[in-house]
Structure formats: structure tokens, C-alpha cells
Design a protein around this ligand. Structure first.
Ligand code: C2E
Ligand code: MG
Ligand code: MG
Ligand code: MG
Length: 292
């Protein structure tokens, strides 16, 4: 507890609270403006077959270009967007950008690559949003290219997610992916009730996996359960050769996503990098340790 017995401290305290409130107002204002001006863009990160290095799919990761032109990662605005009721619109903007860029996406990553869009658990629990989003995916004319990534919390919450919402997406051919698996509130046994196509093991289990026997045990458990349930496993946040070597030597996990294979990249960066053939573009998209 801070005892507020000096004028200096009170002034310091006020001004730091003021600064915080100001900073929040500033980001709120820029968020509203960014929605109006559609100042969002997507970085794409590939999901890679660790045996062949082929791109299985890509994930769209939203970015905000703020008032000063600085690119902001979602950590700084997703929760706020959700609180302010702007996240649904943002998700529709992400889809719109994908549709607009589909030719370049196909050229860069291949026309077979699945395209994953993140949906926050709160959105997943809102049937109205999910219906409108399913309709928007259908309207693209290629809904079967898409996957939605939701955290396990969305499955555990008592709503009609599993019984009514997911079947609607499945009917369109949209894949279902469980994001950040292992960090939420469900247990391994809860997986038995979940019907999804893909399970993404959270980065916290993959980091230094070669040196961490407990993580290795958890990985083995998730792996065998997923295999029994027919779900594809993806290792998230793979950063090092040692981690990759462990996965290859000690597991049957076939897919990974992480800086080791590719950072999230902007399509326009690839477009600007001339002269570039489509083959070298694909390899740029897959180059380890690329910036951004
Ligand atoms: P996520 O869906 O789990 O995405 C993975 C995050 O890990 C991304 O951060 C990605 O850049 C980062 N990452 C990928 N590989 C590595 C690695 O090897 N090492 C490390 N340290 N990090 C890695 P990002 O782009 O900042 O996104 C953070 C989260 O924001 C995402 O986590 C997702 O939950 C959320 N998000 C992103 N785009 C959207 C969106 O369009 N809608 C919603 N609702 N949420 C989004
Ligand atoms: Mg994700
Ligand atoms: Mg994730
Ligand atoms: Mg994660």
C-alpha cells in the first residue's frame, strides 16, 4: 500500500494515472478511427510440414497501422477492441483483406494452403456474430479454404458452440482449429468431447522442448489423444533447430509454425521485393528468421 502523505508523491501518482488514462484514450480513439479508415492489415505466418517444408496453411494475424504509421501487434489492441465491441467488425475486415489479396496469397503460399482466421472466445460464444461470419465465409465462394482458430475455452463455455455453431461451419467445409492448447481451462479428458480438425499446442510447451522432460510428457499425451481422435497436431512457436530436431526424433508431430520457419510476413513486402519469381517468393515466405 502506498501511503499518500507527501505532496510530491500525490502529484506523481496523479500524473502517472493521468498518463495511463490518456494513453488508453489515445489507443481507444485510434482504434475507432482505424476501424473507420480500415487501417488494419494482416501478416501471414505459414504452417509448415516439418518433413518436406511444404506450406500446409497460413494464419492471418491482424496488425493495426496507428495514427503515426507504426504497426501495432494485436496484444496492444485486441482486448480493448473486444471491450469496445469493435472486434466483430475487425474480424470481418480481416476476412475482407484476405479476399482482396487471394490471388497474391495463392501465388505466394499455393492455392491449396488453408487460411486460418483467429476468432476470440467471446466472439465464438456469440451466435449472432458466428452466424454472420459463417455467411461471410460462404459469400467468398471458397469457404472450404478457411479454418477458424478458437481457444479451448470456447468449447468449454456453456453455450451452443459445439452443438449448433460448429456444425454450421463444418457444413460449409470450414476447418476448426483449437488454438493455444494446454493454456485454457479444459483438461485432456475434455478433448474427448471436442470435435475439431486441428489442435495447436501452445508455444509454452514447445519452447526448449528438447530440454524439458515434463513438456515432453505432456506433448506425448496430447499427441496420442489427438491421433486417437483424428486431429492434426501443430506445434506453435517453434524457434530453434534443437526444438525441431526433438519433434522429428521423438514424436510423430508433422506440422509446426514458428519463427524458425517463418515470421509473420506482409504480402506487400513480397510484392515490392523485385525481381522475384513465384518460386523465390515462396522460399522468401518460408525463410527462417525473417524480419517482422
Ligand atoms: P495466436 O493465434 O496464438 O498467434 C500466434 C502468435 O505467436 C502471433 O502473435 C505470432 O506472431 C506469434 N508467434 C509465431 N511464431 C512465434 C515464435 O516462434 N516465437 C514467438 N515468440 N512468437 C511466435 P501476434 O501476431 O502478436 O498475435 C497474438 C494473438 O493475437 C494471436 O495469438 C491471436 O490470439 C490474436 N489475434 C491475432 N489476429 C487476430 C484476429 O484477427 N482476431 C482475433 N480475435 N485475434 C487475433
Ligand atoms: Mg491463432
Ligand atoms: Mg496460438
Ligand atoms: Mg499462442
Amino acid at each position: 500500500r502506498i501511503k499518500n502523505d507527501g505532496k510530491g508523491l500525490a502529484a506523481f501518482f496523479d500524473s502517472s494515472m493521468e498518463r495511463e488514462a490518456l494513453a488508453r484514450m489515445k489507443i481507444e480513439q485510434s482504434l475507432r478511427l482505424a476501424i473507420l479508415e480500415k487501417r488494419f492489415c494482416c501478416a501471414f505466418q505459414s504452417k509448415v510440414d516439418i518433413r518436406t517444408q511444404a506450406v500446409k496453411g497460413i494464419e492471418a494475424l491482424v496488425r493495426l497501422r496507428d495514427d503515426e504509421g507504426v504497426i501495432q501487434a494485436p496484444g496492444s489492441f485486441i482486448n480493448l477492441a473486444s471491450e469496445l465491441g469493435l472486434i466483430d467488425e475487425l474480424t470481418h475486415l480481416v476476412l475482407a483483406e484476405i479476399v482482396k489479396s487471394i490471388d497474391l496469397i495463392n501465388e505466394t503460399f499455393g492455392a491449396e494452403a488453408t487460411i486460418s482466421i483467429n476468432v476470440a472466445a467471446k466472439q465464438a460464444g456469440n451466435p449472432e456474430f458466428m452466424r454472420s461470419f459463417a455467411r461471410a465465409l460462404d459469400d467468398t465462394g471458397f469457404p472450404q479454404r478457411f479454418m477458424i482458430e478458437v481457444t479451448e475455452d470456447a468449447f468449454v463455455a456453456k453455450n451452443h458452440f459445439q452443438d449448433e455453431i460448429l456444425p454450421m461451419f463444418r457444413k460449409l467445409g470450414v476447418g476448426i482449429s483449437i488454438d493455444d492448447f494446454g493454456t485454457g481451462y479444459s483438461s485432456l479428458s475434455a478433448l474427448a468431447d471436442i470435435t475439431a480438425d486441428e489442435i495447436k499446442i501452445d508455444r509454452s510447451f514447445i519452447t526448449d522442448i528438447h530440454k524439458r522432460p515434463r513438456s515432453q510428457g505432456i506433448l506425448r499425451a496430447i499427441e496420442s489423444l489427438s491421433e486417437a481422435l483424428g486431429m492434426t497436431v501443430i506445434a506453435e512457436g517453434l524457434e530453434s533447430y534443437e526444438e525441431l530436431a526433438y519433434l522429428q526424433a521423438a514424436t510423430k508431430i508433422r506440422y509446426a509454425q514458428g519463427y524458425y520457419f517463418s515470421r509473420p510476413i506482409f504480402l506487400e513486402e513480397l510484392k515490392l521485393a523485385t525481381p522475384v519469381s513465384s518460386e523465390s517468393r515462396a522460399s522468401v515466405a518460408n525463410r527462417p528468421h525473417q524480419q517482422n
